[in-house]
Ligand binder design. Structure first.
Ligand code: FES
Ligand SMILES: [Fe+2]
Length: 384
């Protein structure tokens, strides 16, 4: 199978850049006010819209493979409980007891048939139904059917578990939401991948600063001079607008060798790193032989949490394969830390007033496109 139409177009553009000494550029630079990174009211609005009304990736399918599997997630500020029911369905709930609001399940993950509240032992099943309470006579007029856990929208798409962290009554067309990404993520078979590593980092910077580190490649040969720089063509990325998402294709130098070869022989995957921005706060970073899924969530105006999963096509069967993926994991941790150290420096500089705005250069197309989607959602023009 040759490259997709989108991939052919990306590769042709790389040849064009190389031939003419150019790269992809916006018409103009953009000034983004620093208040978008510092104003607590703005952050509150971002949380209410971006982190309550849109899907956030919280797990890989394998983490909820069997009936009774559950996991909890609290990083968005909303306590979430996700279950695989005895009937095999995926469900998500507010992890909040309906009696007097205690956190129902505090383990990060496990397998269970029932959840018993630690406060007064009201008990719920995997479908969220209230199944029992001690000394029920004191609650004889309570409608038990209406006292089940409050459901949240949850989806398994691209092999990942996505939750919208607020209750929703209208149906959601999740296929339509992810359709623009189907061509480049749908064929990766991520659901069959192996969760090789997952990690969570708390970092002292506004979430947008961390997000933006993955939206341009202009910084590779300065911030990552001794690491990622040599692996990629410098500042030759292609951004494909998949509104509200963005495909960011970073070419490896050897892709230029395809210039004189028939298009059907081109292989996209082995010649690119893709940093797909999955609106509002996720990335699917597709490497030549494995994939990282990142999620960035604000925890304050000057702090955020970064969650990452490393997915490999299969569980490493040999020590050599294990070492190969481990080496990639070790390198990516170093590269990300280079970004995060710079990001925390930016955060410290914000309070000085040195900048009234940040300048998005014409090369930094992912910043422009990402900002456009975020602004549209905050203005109520983009909805799930
Ligand atoms: S708060 Fe959960 S049983 Fe009372
Ligand atoms: Fe970086």
């Amino acid at each position: 199978m040759g490259p997709t139409d989108q991939e052919r177009e990306i590769i042709r553009r790389i040849f064009d850049f190389d031939e003419h000494g150019t790269t992809q550029m916006f018409d103009d630079v953009m000034e983004n006010p620093v208040s978008k990174y510092t104003d607590p009211g703005h952050l509150q609005r971002e949380i209410e819209v971006l982190f309550r009304q849109f899907p956030i990736a919280i797990a890989h399918r394998s983490q909820l493979a069997n009936p009774g599997d559950f996991l909890t997630h609290g990083e968005t500020g909303v306590p979430i409980l996700v279950t695989r029911t005895e009937g095999g369905h995926l469900k998500a709930f507010l992890n909040v007891c309906r009696h007097r609001g205690a956190t129902l399940e505090s383990e990060p993950c496990g397998n269970a048939r029932r959840f018993s509240c630690p406060y007064h032992a009201w008990t719920y099943d995997l479908d969220g139904a209230l199944r029992g309470l001690p000394q029920p006579v004191g609650f004889d007029s309570v409608d038990r059917a209406g006292a089940g856990l409050v459901e949240l929208p949850v989806f398994d798409h691209f092999g990942l578990i996505w939750v919208v962290p607020s209750p929703r009554h209208e149906p959601i067309d999740i296929d339509a939401w992810f359709a623009p990404l189907e061509e480049n993520l749908g064929g990766l078979n991520l659901g069959e991948h192996h969760l090789f590593r997952s990690w969570t980092l708390h970092r002292d910077m506004n979430w947008r600063i961390l997000l933006e580190g993955f939206q341009e490649s202009y910084h590779f040969c300065s911030a990552h001079r001794h690491t990622a720089c040599s692996s990629y063509l410098d500042n030759q990325s292609v951004w494909t607008d998949l509104y509200p998402h963005v495909r960011h294709s970073v070419p490896l130098p050897r892709v230029l060798e395809y210039r004189d070869q028939p298009e059907d022989t081109w292989d996209y995957r082995s010649n690119f790193m893709d940093q797909n921005y999955v609106f509002p706060a996720n990335f699917a970073q597709v490497m030549t032989d494995h994939v990282y899924i990142h999620t960035v969530i604000p925890t304050g105006v000057d702090s955020c949490v970064f969650q990452c999963m490393m997915l490999t096509p299969e569980e490493p069967a040999t020590e050599k394969a294990e070492r190969h993926y481990q080496k990639n994991f070790d390198v990516v941790r170093v590269v990300f830390d280079e970004d995060f150290a710079i990001g925390e420096g930016i955060q410290q500089g914000l309070a000085t007033g040195a900048n009234q705005h940040f300048t998005f250069g014409r090369y930094e197309c992912g910043l422009h496109l990402g900002q456009r989607s975020i602004d549209a959602a905050l203005a109520g023009e983009l909805r799930l």
